[in-house]
Design a protein around this ligand. Structure first.
Ligand code: DX5
Ligand code: ZN
Length: 229
């Protein structure tokens, strides 16, 4: 199980300190939400902030691009220290095809994200070319939103495709992830958990990260159908 706290829920005036706190808490990855004010109705931060964070931590930086024109940002983010890049299927199949190719050239793992209203069939043609499938469990743009339970069947679907086709992509969930919703997602096949407010609100972050990891591991069912259903 991978636990990836999101810096979006951190104190924006203390990114360096927060990144160190997350590393000390023995999180697996650090999730960075990049919002361009166009693909989503909010703006977060860009490559310069990633460069600063990179200097503070050795944690893998999981960069989630909620951007309309990620093609102009891929290289700057990798140069700034991104270890993996996730783009959105809502950009359209043609664009996603070329972005996957470009990310491959940069030699980092490729993630493909899908928003709650988008049909899961849209990601199907790309499954054998990605390293991670991110099922958004809220509509992207803001931290602290409630988990959308209607996304759970999507997780089951991508878990079942993964098993049937003997593929290896991780299944990541992002948005409204708490101990309880992490457990629900794990039962449906998720293995990678992004959590902003759900984790960072804890003063004892290390035990919160460990607790979420334990809960997810106990509930986890790789194909999303056999355990507890
Ligand atoms: C939502 C972002 C998330 C966000 C999650 O647009 O993609 O990564 O930080 O925040 P919480 O866990 O607070 O819902
Ligand atoms: Zn995110």
């Amino acid at each position: 199980m991978i636990i990836a706290p999101s810096l979006l829920a951190a104190n924006f005036g203390k990114f360096a300190k927060e990144a160190r706190r997350i590393e000390k808490a023995k999180a697996d990855w650090l999730h960075l939400d990049i919002m361009d004010g166009h693909f989503v109705p909010n703006i977060s931060f860009g490559p310069e902030v990633v460069r600063v964070v990179r200097k503070e931590t050795k944690l893998p930086l999981d960069v989630h691009l909620m951007c309309s024109r990620p093609e102009i940002l891929l290289e700057p983010f990798v140069k700034a220290g991104a270890d993996r890049l996730t783009i959105h299927i809502e950009l359209g199949a043609e664009k996603v095809n070329s972005l996957i190719w470009k990310i491959r050239q940069l030699n980092v793992p490729i993630g493909l994200a899908i928003n709650p209203p988008t049909a899961i069939a849209e990601v199907e043609p790309f499954l054998d070319r990605i390293d991670l499938l991110l099922v958004m469990t809220v509509n992207p743009g803001f931290g602290g939103q409630p988990f959308i339970h209607e996304t759970l069947p999507k997780i089951q679907q991508v878990a079942s495709w993964r098993k049937k086709r003997n593929l290896k992509y991780r299944i990541e969930v992002d948005g409204g992830i708490t101990y309880e919703t992490a457990s629900e997602c794990a039962r449906c096949g998720a293995d990678t958990f992004v959590s902003g407010t759900g984790l960072l609100k804890h003063l004892r972050l290390k035990s919160a990260v460990e607790k979420m990891r334990q809960i997810a591991a106990t509930a986890h069912c790789a194909d999303g159908i056999t355990k507890g259903t």
